[in-house]
Ligand binder design. Structure first.
Ligand code: ADP
Ligand code: MG
Length: 220
């Protein structure tokens, strides 16, 4: 489904180029949940951005469904990213002036799905995350855990094949963090969904099929 070989990312900003990692190879199968752990600054977010086609590697190959991404044009990469990936970050980035329902439905409209299809999917997801009765509430009227559940639903409205999550439970208490995980489990029972999640939480990493550690610029 998703694989990379020999990935290297060098940032050139100040005087010295910074090699975040090199020779990183991994594979993600459909319906697999893999957690990435590692110290702060070890390159976890950088790796997730590369795999999600939000950034370009300095060296190495990323293949999605067998296609080498470096051979695609910009517009093809954008289309592939929209079709393949959902993103959830530590901060929910919900739009404050829109309701929970609107926040979830919006990416469907942006991807040019019909209004009825986007709205029906948004209702399904609201039910799934247990917030159907809060549909009209704006993010500020929801708790941190509820906001993050809405962010998960929003990431899923276009039915991605891979959910990329960067410390999605980093701002949540234990109970709400586990709740997010329960929702993922329930979703993955219904539809195949690969999950690649950066987390600092050992209890959550424990539930993954595999744990990868980024350390000293390498995956272990
Ligand atoms: P993590 O998510 O594991 O905490 P990051 O991937 O955010 O780590 O960052 C890895 C390293 O790359 C850090 O030293 C960070 O300062 C550096 N870095 C990340 N993004 C950039 C950038 N756009 N420009 C320069 N350096 C960056
Ligand atoms: Mg990070």
């Amino acid at each position: 489904m998703l694989c990379c070989r020999g990935l290297k990312r060098v940032f050139v900003t100040g005087h010295e180029p910074l090699t975040v990692f090199h020779d990183v190879s991994l594979e993600l199968s459909s319906n697999e949940m893999v957690c990435i752990v590692g110290a702060s600054g070890s390159g976890k977010s950088t790796l997730l951005q590369l795999l999600g086609l939000l950034d370009t590697p300095t060296e190495g190959v990323i293949e999605i469904e067998g296609r080498d991404v470096s051979l695609l044009r910009g517009s093809e990469i954008d289309a592939l990213r929209r079709r393949m990936f959902g993103f959830v970050f530590q901060f929910h980035h919900l739009l404050p002036e829109f309701s929970a329902f609107e926040n979830i439905a919006l990416p469907g409209r942006i991807a040019r799905r019909s209004q009825s299809e986007s709205e029906q999917k948004a209702w399904e997801l609201l039910e799934m995350i247990g917030l159907k009765d809060r549909a009209s509430h704006r993010p500020a009227e929801l708790s941190g855990g509820e906001q993050q559940r809405v962010a998960v639903a929003r990431a899923l409205v276009n039915q991605p094949k891979v959910l990329l999550m960067d410390e999605p439970t980093g701002n949540l208490d234990r109970e709400n963090g586990l709740r997010v995980l329960e929702i993922l489990d329930a979703l993955r029972e219904q539809n195949p969904l690969a999950v690649l999640m950066v987390t600092h939480n050992p209890e959550i990493a424990d539930k993954a099929d595999r744990i990868l550690t980024l350390e000293d610029g390498q995956i272990r």
